[in-house]
Write a protein that binds this ligand. Structure first.
Ligand code: HSE
Length: 447
């Protein structure tokens, strides 16, 4: 074990940080470290200093850091600098960020990253490289921004066999869903409004298609169950097809529709899925509105715990980045074998539990069928469900308007296997009295 380098006055020298990318989160990190440096030093046991910054926009970077740090346009110069102890990657994406993180590890630097896509897709390679080199990877900021959910899953809940994790981990989509419900507007209208207000990116694809949430679900799944990152096995469904009609019907039945990122332990494997989900309106998580994030974790000893806060933004995300910097500062002289393992479980103890294909997933369903309003239609549909051993929980039929010959039939089911539901839906869809594609959403009680 080494001891921290001493300055001339005998005080441990501040740990030197190199920042790759100083956009929103980077500048937040710089500000928080500066503003709270005294308290942070009292907690960490020594100072933490951003010594150099790499950004293609050198002038903007210089305007943020002034003379407090060196500014260069080449990230590799920061990585190669022997004075730098920790590299903070805030570039994003899976291309150059992957190469730079691997280079930083190879150079013996600890790494802090907010990059969920990078970890979900290349995490296994990155953690293996970090383990071999004996360096730490901090990624609290990668999931749910300022909410310390990684710390909670990895350390606070370490006594538990975790049963499931369910989160609202994408603020953009939660904002859109809240607006659709509050104002009764359709998806496209609210998306435009979100972009005008600056909530949604000009290219909001990763958010609205559920990919961003699936990256975060993949990371939470790995830590909760001690399995490798398996983003390619995640079921990913966004909110682009969601209709205001279904939000209204769900509400009438006592549910809210949320984009839930779910990782659950099942008898035969693990469920890893992101999709719009009906959640009982009385659950706390169903009342998380706007761009806020929340994660519910069910552990066998602790029961249900809920974590709520800002999932994005300069200082909330910086809060997580700086927490990682403090952790690394406290632990970097420790024997690597005695540090908290990256994925909560020891690297040699990861399980090969499979991620279940979607047809094996067991959940409850909301179905909306546009049907001819005539005798026997409901009975034919309920017969098909009964023949597939699918139990009905509730039925709602819209009252037809005067002279209208069709109506909406909404059915909530109890839990069933998705493969069975697919078969039943194919049979129902083939009925001549079912007049439009059936809308199917999943429903979780989360109790
Ligand atoms: N785009 C994300 C969101 C924020 O909308 O929540 C960063 O992960």
């Amino acid at each position: 074990m080494t001891t921290p380098a001493q300055q001339d006055d005998g005080v441990a020298k501040p740990l030197q940080v190199g920042l790759l990318g100083i956009g929103t989160v980077g500048s937040g990190t710089f500000k928080v470290l500066q503003r709270n440096q005294e308290e942070i030093q009292r907690r960490a046991g020594r100072g933490i200093r951003i010594a150099s910054v790499a950004d293609l926009d050198v002038a903007r970077a210089r305007a943020i850091v002034g003379d407090a740090a060196a500014v260069v346009d080449d990230a590799r110069r920061v990585i190669a600098d022997p004075a730098i102890d920790i590299v903070v990657e805030l570039i994003g994406g899976t291309g150059v960020a992957r190469a730079l993180v691997l280079e930083a590890i190879a150079a013996g630097k600890h790494v802090v990253t907010a990059n969920k896509a990078l970890l979900a897709v290349h995490g296994n390679e990155i953690f293996a490289a970090a383990h071999a080199k004996g360096v730490m990877i901090g990624f609290e900021a990668a999931v749910a921004g300022g909410i310390p959910i990684i710390k909670a899953l990895r350390e606070g809940l370490t006594a538990n066999r975790i049963e499931w994790v369910a989160g609202i981990v994408n603020g953009t989509t939660n904002f859109i869903l809240s607006e659709m419900r509050d104002k009764g507007l359709d998806f496209a209208t609210v998306l435009k409004e979100a972009q005008r207000l600056g909530y949604a990116e000009a290219d909001p694809g990763f958010d609205i298609e559920g990919v961003d949430a699936a990256h975060k679900a993949t990371i939470m799944c790995a830590i909760a169950f001690g399995v490798p990152m398996q983003f390619d096995k995640a079921h990913v469904e966004g909110i682009t097809a969601l209709q205001a009609t279904d939000i209204r019907y769900a509400e009438q039945l006592g549910y809210r529709i949320k984009l839930i990122a779910m990782a659950r332990r099942a008898a035969q494997g693990i469920e890893l899925r992101v999709h719009p989900t009906l959640v009982p309106a009385r659950r706390l998580i169903a009342n998380v509105e706007g761009a806020m994030n929340a994660v519910v974790v069910q552990g066998d000893a602790v029961g249900t715990t809920l974590y709520y806060g800002k999932g994005a933004g300069a200082e909330p995300t910086a809060s997580a980045v700086v927490a990682d910097l403090v952790d690394i500062t406290r632990l970097h002289t420790a024997d690597p074998d005695h540090r908290v393992p990256h994925l909560a479980f020891q690297p040699g103890a990861l399980a090969a539990t499979p991620v279940l294909p979607m047809h094996e997933v067991v959940t409850a369903y909301y179905l909306r069928l546009c049907v001819a309003d005539q005798t026997g239609v409901l009975s034919r549909i309920t017969t098909i469900l009964a023949e597939h051993d699918i139990s009905i929980d509730a039925v709602l039929q819209r009252e037809s308007a005067e002279g209208e010959r069709q109506t909406d039939l909404i059915i909530l089911t109890h839990d069933t296997r998705e493969g069975r539901m697919n078969d039943a839906m194919a049979k129902m869809q083939a009925l001549p009295t079912v007049l439009a594609p059936i809308v199917r959403l999943r429903k979780e009680e989360l109790n």
